[in-house]
Ligand binder design. Structure first.
Ligand code: HEC
Length: 115
C-alpha cells in the first residue's frame, strides 16, 4: 500500500487531486459551487469555452477568487483546468505546462499596456 501511494506521487499531477486540494473548498467536490457565493464550475459556459479564458481566471484570480499562477506548478494548473473542463463540462482537453507559460506571457503583455 505504501509503495502504491509513492508510485502515484511520481506520476503526472492528477487534475482531480489538484482540484480537490485547491478548488473544492469553494467550488465544492462536484463543481456545483455554492449559490450566491461561489459559481458552479459544472455546466459552466466559461469553463467549457475558450481554454485561455479559463486559464486566465485561474492564473490571475478574479473578484473573490485567489490567483493560483504563482501558487501551483504549471503542470498542476494544466491538469486542474483540463479536469474541470472534461469532468464537469464534457469538454475533452489536454493542456500542458507550455499552455500555462503562454498565458503568463499574455498576462504580462496586457499589464504592460495598462488597458
Ligand atoms: C477562496 C474560494 C475559491 C477558491 C479556493 C477557488 N475559487 Fe474559483 N472562484 C471563486 C469566486 C468567488 C469566483 C467568482 C469570482 C468573480 O465573481 O469574479 C470564482 C470563479 C472561478 C471561475 C470563473 C467562473 C465563471 O463562471 O466566470 C473559474 C473557472 C474558477 N473560479 C476556477 C477555480 C479553480 C480551477 C480553482 C482551484 C485552482 C478555484 N477556482 C479556486 C472562489 C474560489
Amino acid at each position: 500500500m505504501a509503495s502504491g501511494i509513492a508510485a502515484n506521487a511520481q506520476a503526472a499531477p492528477s487534475g482531480e487531486a489538484g482540484y480537490q486540494q485547491n478548488c473544492s473548498a469553494c467550488h465544492m467536490a462536484e463543481g456545483q459551487g455554492i449559490s450566491g457565493a461561489f459559481p458552479a464550475l459544472a455546466g459552466n459556459s466559461l469553463v467549457a469555452g475558450n481554454a485561455d479564458d479559463v486559464l486566465r481566471v485561474v492564473f490571475n484570480g478574479r473578484g473573490g477568487m485567489p490567483a493560483f499562477g504563482n501558487e501551483l506548478p504549471r503542470e498542476t494548473l494544466a491538469a486542474i483546468v483540463s479536469y474541470i473542463r472534461e469532468h464537469f463540462n464534457a469538454t475533452p482537453t489536454r493542456l500542458t505546462a507550455d499552455d500555462i507559460a503562454a498565458v503568463k506571457v499574455v498576462t504580462t503583455a496586457r499589464m504592460a499596456r495598462e488597458d
